[in-house]
Design a protein around this ligand. Sequence first.
Ligand code: DGL
Length: 266
Amino acid sequence: MIVKSVLIFDSGVGGLSVFKEIAKTMPEQHIIYAFDNAAFPYGELADDVLVSRVCGMVSTLCAEHDIALVVIACNTASTIVLPPLRERLSIPVVGVVPAIKPAAAISQSKRIGLLATPATVKRDYTQQLVRDFAPYCQVTMVGSTELVQMGEAKLRGVPVNPSTLSTILAPFVNHVDCIVLGCTHFPLLKREIELVMGSDCVVIDSGQAIASRVNGLLNEEGDQKASFNRQLLHSVFSSAAVEDEVALNQEMKKLGFSPIKRAPIF
Ligand code: DGL
């Protein structure tokens, strides 16, 4: 059996929410996690810059490691980079789609909220998703980079400020009964978001759906599935020096990662 890794990619630590679901579903699978912190936050980046960064960094990592499948664990990137990236790679590329369709089915009031980055809420891809899967729903969209930064800080041990969070979530309170976390950083703050929204509001994300898609694709590939050696730690690469690297490495170690290394120049 050939030992291959799954590459999970994001701008920062958000993709770790997807990593956790994949590791739960496939505990034997070796993971390489890579994040482009040099260009963080992706939600503020021009489209062409985003496409060239993601295609460049992911292609280079795929050329240097034995990768069975790529997960773009970033909603902001997934809305525009999947077609050009799939053209460049011969392995499966899985993206993240905001869970608008399940939210439309779950919501009783048919008033749902989408919490994402400023770029994701603006993109045609997202607007089309709403037209296709929630045409009869009122969808309130909030794009917040501050919340992305709060997710980064939490993974470095900084607690979430409840009043800042309440201000960000204000457009949803007493209005929607289901919130879609359309940015992979936000499941890292799910408990705090649920506390602000109360028990009448359901908070959903796409992590589990991605994990079962990845599992299904790897099972189809059969011989490419990794045989996991319990001594083998997951690997993590960043594109630039990491803020609070010691604190983040401690958190990553708990998830089974070796210390953060610099990604190859692309
Ligand atoms: N985690 C990302 C997402 O799912 C990107 C956040 C950012 O870098 O702005 O959209």
